[in-house]
Design a protein around this ligand. Structure first.
Ligand code: ADP
Ligand code: MG
Length: 361
């Protein structure tokens, strides 16, 4: 039995997911696909890593197998019996590129197991089990957005997700003649993970300083009480949350130009207030800005490298990617990589007849 789960792109709502905020992801047409069958032992194959491994239940190896065995562990923790299986993993989703291959692998694995074992499970529980696998078995402090998107996404829609309440709403992606394109800077600064942890600590310090339990209780006027660095960080989080809601309205109103403006605003806020951009990414955004056929662009992901998400006119822009690549190589000695992304369904719509609950039949 083959099950595939998609990667995702978050249109806007950066560094809001761990601050009780809003995010607006859509699933992309790149997938992790697993093929599983019952067996007398756990044998996992990754085509990507060209590796076949026999693993014990609950065995942590500090490698890609942990994402699969983490799901086995989390399912059992939640009371679902799991018997041994063989699994082949195939993928069209680059890893570590901010497209969330880890969540796609977890979700595809979880659905395959549920089907193999003939279990029934609510989609929201499926999300939580995959999140738990990554947080507690793999040991990555992830949010819920990636797994949620791999499960709930719907083609031609983004998902407005409230990470505090887990309420969600499908937002039609009215892009007319425009499309989202990812431009990978091919940069991953050493700083990325230490600065990410620092930002999280700063956000905790903001709550403490203002004596609030959640960013949702903070208003613009409260920020005056903060010292300047914390005030900048808080300003980003508050304004970014508002931008997510404004973006939703722009998409619903069929106003892609306005949507593009919010991408630029988000980038400026991430660069100047949250301070998570870098020269390479700023160059790409600056190169695009103001050119015909470009509506907007921003850094995506944790920061200090990674990709730029741009909203571009389909089939026509004033510049060519070759031209951008040439300039970029001259300045930074490396190439960009371009990925055109279309929306796709999550497992709920691609693998199940009834979207109410995951049906094992
Ligand atoms: P991202 O989720 O942004 O792609 P992560 O570092 O969170 O980056 O997850 C990437 C990890 O997920 C890989 O290092 C690997 O362990 C696992 N993974 C993703 N795709 C595959 C695959 N096709 N085969 C095996 N492991 C995979
Ligand atoms: Mg990941």
């Amino acid at each position: 039995m083959k099950i595939k789960a998609p990667g995702r792109v978050n249109i806007i709502g950066e560094h809001t997911d761990y601050n009780d905020g809003f995010v607006l992801p859509f699933a992309i047409d790149r997938y992790v696909e697993v093929e599983a069958s019952l067996s007398n032992k756990f044998v996992l194959t990754s085509k990507l890593y060209n590796e076949t491994v026999e693993v014990e239940k609950n065995e942590k190896r500090g490698s890609w197998t942990d994402y699969v065995m983490g799901v086995v562990w989390a399912l059992e923790q939640a009371g679902y019996r799991v018997e041994a299986f063989e699994m082949q993993i195939d993928s069209t989703l680059p890893t570590g590129a901010g497209l969330s291959s880890s969540a796609a692998l977890e979700v595809a694995t979880a659905v395959a197991i549920v089907k193999l074992m003939d279990h029934r499970i609510e989609p929201k529980d499926l999300v939580q089990i995959c999140v738990k696998a990554e947080r507690e078995f793999v040991g990555v402090r992830c949010g819920v957005m990636d797994q949620f998107t791999a499960v709930f996404a719907k083609k031609d829609h983004a998902i407005l997700l409230d990470t505090m309440t887990m309420d969600y709403e499908y937002v039609p992606l009215n892009l007319n003649n425009y499309e989202f394109v990812l431009i990978d800077s091919n940069v991953k600064h050493e700083l990325a993970s230490s600065e990410y942890n620092k930002r999280r600590a700063e956000c905790e310090a903001i709550l403490k300083a203002l004596n609030k339990r959640s960013f949702r209780e903070i208003a613009e006027k409260d920020l005056a009480a903060l010292e300047s660095t914390l005030r900048k960080r808080a300003k980003h989080v508050l304004s970014e949350n508002e931008r997510v809601l404004k973006m939703v309205k722009a998409l619903k109103d069929n106003r892609p130009f306005l949507a593009g403006c919010y991408l630029y605003e988000s980038h400026a806020s991430l660069r100047d207030f949250y301070e998570v951009s870098c020269d390479e990414v700023d160059f790409i955004v600056g190169f695009l800005k103001g050119r015909a056929g470009v509506l907007g662009a921003r850094i995506v992901g944790g920061g200090f490298g990674g990709s730029v998400l741009a909203l571009l006119r389909k089939g026509y822009t004033e510049f060519s990617f070759e031209e951008l690549d040439m300039e970029y190589r001259k300045l930074f000695g490396k190439s960009i990589k371009v990925l055109h992304v279309n929306s796709s369904d999550g497992v709920l719509f691609s693998h199940f007849i009834s979207p109410g609950s995951v049906n094992a039949t």
